[in-house]
Design a protein. Structure first.
Length: 93
């Protein structure tokens, strides 16, 4: 069995990860706080927007709270999907 060389895929990937950690070492805490805030807004804004739009539709057509709940759920799903995609992109960059 021979030792892995510099052209080995595993060695290159470990080297890339080590380089990313060195580059991000000083920004960790503030970048994490900013990311949490961004993810929060990515979930909250579509959910609140959906609730307001649903409330307006319900008031206009007299449908109780059917559209409010439906569009609130749609907003939550859209916001969570956007947050998931953003976090995935951030972790793999």
């Amino acid at each position: 069995m021979t030792a892995p060389g510099p052209n080995d895929d595993f060695v290159r990937e470990v080297g890339k990860q080590a380089q990313r950690r060195r580059e991000n070492r000083g920004r960790g805490v503030w970048r994490g706080i900013a990311q949490v805030g961004t993810v929060g807004w990515m979930v909250v804004l579509p959910a609140v927007g959906g609730a307001f739009l649903g409330r307006w539709i319900d008031a206009r057509y007299g449908t109780g709270i059917m559209w409010t709940l439906a569009l609130l759920v749609v907003g939550l799903v859209v916001g969570c999907a956007a947050a998931w995609r953003s976090m995935k992109r951030e972790l793999h960059s």
